[in-house]
Design a binder for this molecule. Sequence first.
Ligand SMILES: Cc1ncc(COP(=O)(O)O)c(C=O)c1O
Length: 425
Amino acid sequence: MRHATPALIARGGRTRSNAAVADVVEISHNGCAVTKETIQMLPSQRALFEIPRQICYLNAASYSPLPLRTLEAGRAAVLRKGTPWTLKASFANQQYERARLAAARLINAEASDIALIPSISYGVATAAKILPIAHGTRVIVLEDDHSSPVLEWHTRAETEGFTVETVRQPGDGDWTSAVLAAIERSGAPPVSLASISSVHWSDGGLIDVDKVGAALQQQGAAFLVDATHSTGVLSTDVKRLDPDFVIFPTYKWLLGPYGRAFLYVAKRHQGGIPLEQTASGRRNVRAENAVYFTDVSYVGDARRFDMGERDHFISMEMASIGMEMMADWGAPAIVQRLTMLTDRIAEGVHGIGVHVPQPHLRAPHILSLAFKGGMPAGLVEGLASEGVYVAQRLGRMRISPHVYNDEADVDRFVEVLTRRLRADM
Ligand SMILES: Cc1ncc(COP(=O)(O)O)c(C=O)c1O
C-alpha cells in the first residue's frame, strides 16, 4: 500500500503527454524525493460506462455516473427486493461485510474499523458524540468548507464552552500552511480537534493531511478528515496517518449511489456510544432469540456505529462495486490519469483570462478556475447546453474529470469555454 497523499506526486502526469507510463516520485516532508517507481497510467474506462460520445461530463465532484456493472447490480437488487423469499439467510451479512471490506481497503484500514453510515454529516455527528471537546479549547475548521464537517461544531460550541476557529481561505491558495499556522498560533487556546476536508470542495485546494496530522498529534489534538474528495483517488493510509475519524461517501469519486458512506473510527474511540441505538450494535439482541435482549453490551469494534436500517441491499451492493473497482485500479494509476487530464485543461486555458491554482497547491483531480471580474453569468448553463458539464462553486468554475474522461473530452471543454468567453468579450 502506498503512503498517504499528498506526498505522492505523479511527475510524468504533469506533462501534456499521452504516455501510459510515468515516473512517480514520493516526496518526503522536507521536499526531497525519497523513492521512485514506475506506475502505469490508468487508461480511459469510458467503455465501462454508458456515456454518449458527445457528452463531456467533468463533474464527478458533484456526482459521478454509475458504471454499467453497478446499474446492472442495482436493477437486479430492486428485483430481489420484489422477491424477498429468494434471499438466503446469509445474504444480509455478506452485503455488510463486502461493503465494509471494500471501504477499508481504500484507506488501508481493517474492516472492523469501519462503520456503515448514510452521509458525512451522520459520521460527524457520531464523532461528536464520541469525542468530548474540552471547555476552553479550539476546534479548527476551514472557511467555506462543506457544511457537514463544520456545522456540528458550531452547534455544540456555546453549550460545551469551546470555540470554533475558521481558517480563512488563503490568498496564495496554500491551505496547508494556513491550517498549520492556525494550529500552532502561540497564545491561542489549545486545539482539541481539526474537522476538515482533505481537499477543499469549492476551490480544489489540497490539504497535506500528513503535515496537519503530525501538527495535531504534537498538540494532543484529534483529527477528523472529511475525505469525500480524496478517498480512492489520493492514496490514504490510516495506519500511517493515524487520524481519529475518516469519513467518505460513495456517490462522487467512488462511482456509487447516494445514501452510502463509511466512517473509519480509530480503535481508541471504538468504546464510544453510537449515535443510534440498534440491535446490530449489541452483542445479542435478536428477533430469533427466545429472549430478545439476551446481551445488550455493545459489539467490540466500529460495527457498533453502523446506522439503523443498514439492510439497504439495493444500494449497498452498488456501493461495493464502485469501491472495488477503484481499489483494483489503484489510486496511483487513477491519479496519473486525472492529473494528465487536469494538466491538459490548465495548459489549454492559458491566456483566455482565467486563473488556475498552482499545481502543488491543488488536488490533482479537481481544477477550479477563477475569472477576472467574476464568472460571466450563464456560462456554466451555456456549456451544459453544448453537452459540457462542470459546476459553479462559490464564484469559480469547478472541473472534475474521472476515469471515464479522455483527451477528447478535455479538448472539447477547452474549445467550448474559449469560444464562449471570446463571444462574451
Ligand atoms: C467535502 C464534502 N463533504 C460532505 C459532502 C456531503 O455531505 P453529506 O453526506 O453530509 O450530505 C460533500 C458534498 O458535496 C462535500 O463536498
